[in-house]
Design a binder for this molecule. Structure first.
Ligand code: TXA
Ligand code: MG
Length: 308
């Protein structure tokens, strides 16, 4: 396959998907690698393009609560969350219907559903007339993409087109809430525990038992650059001085960014450090709740890869 088409032609992308192709699609969180939910061959190619294990299930992206009901049994908690946050950066985990194949769910009896807040992708789903599976459009374990160019950088030759919807506004993956039990947050995102409490009148409980979202690995979202976490700017500068004295090329990120901007730029900054040959990337951890929780989660996972 030649270099994929980067396009803003939604109809062309709908044709490619309907013919069984794979398309990189914009969302407000990160770009996804989309295929028709009903086409098992195309869904399998999504796993192989990413190098993702088949037991890491995919999120089904829909354009309405009505379409979500085709794929999952939304109970009152899931419906309340959908009402508060869709379209937006929230995924609900609910029991699946027989419209979802084992390939999508990794044989699980649950399905992850979300309505993304991006007009081009909502139009694409409408044109396709069905849900689209879409994991983040990166090589397995690598940093998620937040521009169309990032998708091509990771998946050139493996994706048929990328729908260019500009830079993702949120920048970190959706909050995943398991609604099959008392609601639990399986992955933090822009929708915080406080937001969920404001919506439902109660806080989500702490996740219990073995990780219910395979893919929530200790090391993930990682750039090919050694990362060091610092509690504040002062600590980051001290680390930078000592690493530079040892002859290392260093860079500090996050010292001057408010949390929403830190999230929006995080993955671009990680990819840029890789490209620039930075040897030690020192990330200042943001403090507090809200989206800072998600940024800390991703930074901790990015730094958990032993490298040097
Ligand atoms: O913001 C997002 O959610 C992005 C954009 C593209 O929508 N998508 C995304 O997909 O982050 P992915 O595949 O990279 O992460 C989805 C996570 C995985 O950890 C997966 O294991 C979990 O959701 N998941 C999906 N379906 C599941 C299921 N039935 N049971 C448990 N976990 C599930
Ligand atoms: Mg991912």
């Amino acid at each position: 396959m030649s270099t994929p088409l980067i396009t803003d032609d939604v109809r062309e992308c709908a044709r490619i998907l309907s013919a069984g192709g794979l398309v990189g699609v914009p969302t407000e969180t990160v770009y996804g690698l989309a295929a028709l939910c009903s086409n098992d061959d195309a869904v399998r190619r999504v796993f192989s393009a990413k190098g993702r294990p088949f037991d890491h299930p995919l999120i089904v992206h829909v354009d309405s609560v009505d379409r979500a009901r085709q794929y999952g049994q939304l109970n009152s908690d899931a419906l309340a969350l959908a009402e508060c946050f869709w379209p937006g950066p929230l995924t609900v985990l609910v029991p699946r219907t027989d419209q979802v194949s084992d390939t999508v769910t990794g044989g699980r009896d649950t399905v992850a559903l979300r309505v993304p807040a991006h007009p081009a992708t909502l139009m694409l789903i409408d044109l396709c007339g069905e849900g689209l599976v879409a994991p983040s459009a990166n090589r397995f374990g690598h940093v998620s993409p937040t521009t169309a160019r990032h998708v091509v950088d990771d998946l050139d030759g493996l994706v048929d087109a990328v729908l260019d919807g500009g830079q993702c506004s949120v920048g970190v993956e959706s909050t995943i809430v398991d609604c099959t039990t008392e609601p639990q947050v399986l992955r933090p995102g822009a929708v915080s525990d406080n937001d969920i409490a404001d919506c439902m009148g109660r806080f989500p409980v702490s996740p219990t038992g073995p990780s219910r979202a395979p893919g929530m690995l200790a090391s993930h979202y990682a750039p090919d650059t050694h990362m060091i976490l610092a509690d504040d700017r002062h600590a980051a500068e001290e680390i930078a001085r000592s690493r530079q004295a040892a002859g290392r090329r260093t860079r500090i990120i996050g010292a001057d960014l408010v949390p929403t901007e830190y999230a929006a730029r995080l993955y671009s900054m990680l990819r840029d450090a890789e490209r620039s040959g930075i040897q030690d990337l020192i990330a200042v951890l943001p403090h507090g709740g809200g989206i800072s929780v998600a940024v800390r989660d991703r930074l901790t996972k990015a730094a958990a890869v032993p490298r040097d």
